[in-house]
Design a protein around this ligand. Structure first.
Ligand code: SAM
Length: 373
């Protein structure tokens, strides 16, 4: 199934020190990077492990029995994650998404959700607290997650045909169990449920229309994602990408006429479309063919506390070291953590997707399962 696997160069050790304080980067909720982009979203990877081996994300040939996942002591504890979340909120973050790996594999995740749901934004509003999951454990967990304070879920599902889906998840996992997870999430009030489908040419692009038809009229929102060159192990090629514009054309022709609608908020990555007959909404995420770096307000915190400024980064800033301290240095307080986040963000200038080219393709990048999808 996976025809091109590239062996992994372990970039998890590529750590950048947090830059020294500069006056302009105090944590006052108004930090902007060097391109004027504010900090609004934080993705937190709570585990680098996953029970799926999606061929485009964690190919079996690389993430096998010998692969060294992070040992438990390296992971941020729930208390550490919550403290760091506070430091990001102090810099303007309003939305937190838990991801991984498969976040529902992290033991007692509902306890973390409870802790995070007690935090409020700088405006005193509740956080927009969301989770991205492969849905495999959602049917039994949705209610507890909602009770703990989770507000929304996004479920990944790459097709409705069992053969296609099993070939992609590569662990023989059936579509029906994911659909049961989606139903349970909707019943638990975690809607509107978003359903992410990564589209890879020649692999599952013939599932696009079936997916749209299946979820039309349910209130769930399917988002078609261009296959991206994240990480270094999935053998990405431009030829594998189905441009979102082609997907919209196909849906408009073969499902029902569509009309473009405004984003929900500035910096939303999905381009939104609704069916003219009022039967629902779909989205496309064109991270390859129409880069949205200029409006990217998102930071990523890895499972072990590295701050990444871009999904395509090759190194992260070591916040865990600040938090825990070292042999000779004590850990810092919350105000210093918030200032550190401001320092790092204010230096940010990356725009990988806008300058993506064949030349940037082979550059090593950290894996999505580690940094958080
Ligand atoms: N395990 C969870 C899941 O399956 O949703 C969360 C982690 S997963 C890395 C997050 C999302 O990233 C999924 O929707 C997955 O399909 C997407 N993803 C992974 N590799 C990708 C790639 N190369 N291109 C586009 N999307 C990708």
């Amino acid at each position: 199934m996976t025809d091109r696997i590239i062996q992994l160069l372990d970039l998890r050790t590529a750590r950048l020190p947090v830059p020294d304080a500069v006056d302009s980067a105090a944590a006052d909720g108004h930090v902007a990077d060097r391109r004027g982009r504010p900090l609004r979203d934080l993705r937190i990877s709570v585990t680098d492990r996953c029970n799926f081996r999606c061929t485009y994300c964690m190919p079996k040939e690389v993430f096998d029995r010998d692969y060294r996942f992070l040992p438990h002591a390296e992971l941020l504890s729930f208390e550490e994650i919550t403290r760091l979340a506070g430091a990001f909120i102090a810099n303007g973050v309003e939305k937190i998404r838990l991801t991984g790996g498969e976040p529902l594999l992290r033991k007692d995740l509902h306890k973390l959700i409870e802790m995070l749901s007690r935090l409020t934004t700088l405006q005193g509003q509740p956080l927009d607290l969301a989770l991205t999951t492969n849905g495999s454990l959602l049917a039994r967990r949705a209610r507890d997650l909602a009770t703990a304070g989770l507000r929304r879920v996004t479920v990944s599902l790459d097709g409705l045909d069992d053969t296609v889906f099993k070939r992609m998840n590569d662990v023989d996992f059936p579509v029906s169990d994911v659909l049961a997870g989606i139903d349970a999430a909707a019943e638990a009030g975690l809607g509107p449920v978003k359903i992410n489908m990564v589209v890879k040419r020649g692999v599952n692009d013939n599932e696009v229309v079936a997916m749209a038809r299946h979820f039309r009229g349910t209130g769930h929102i399917v988002r078609f994602i261009e296959f991206m060159d994240v990480g270094s192990s999935n053998g990405w090629r431009m030829d594998d990408v189905v441009p979102s514009a082609q997907i919209v054309e196909r849906l408009d022709r073969d499902v029902a006429p569509l009309v473009a609608i405004d984003p929900n908020y500035a910096g939303e990555v999905a381009e939104r479309w609704r069916y003219l007959d009022g039967s629902g909404e779909v989205g496309v995420i064109s991270s390859v063919t129409q880069a949205f770096c200029h409006s990217c307000t998102r930071a990523r915190l890895s499972t072990e506390g590295m701050l990444y400024l871009c999904l395509f980064a090759d190194s992260g800033y070591d916040l865990r070291r600040l938090l825990r301290g070292g042999a000779e240095v004590p850990g810092v307080d919350d105000a210093a953590l918030a200032t550190a986040v401001a320092q790092v963000w204010s230096q940010r200038a990356d725009r990988y997707s806008e300058v993506r080219s064949e030349a940037t393709g082979p550059r090593p990048k950290v894996e999505m399962s580690y940094i958080g999808g």
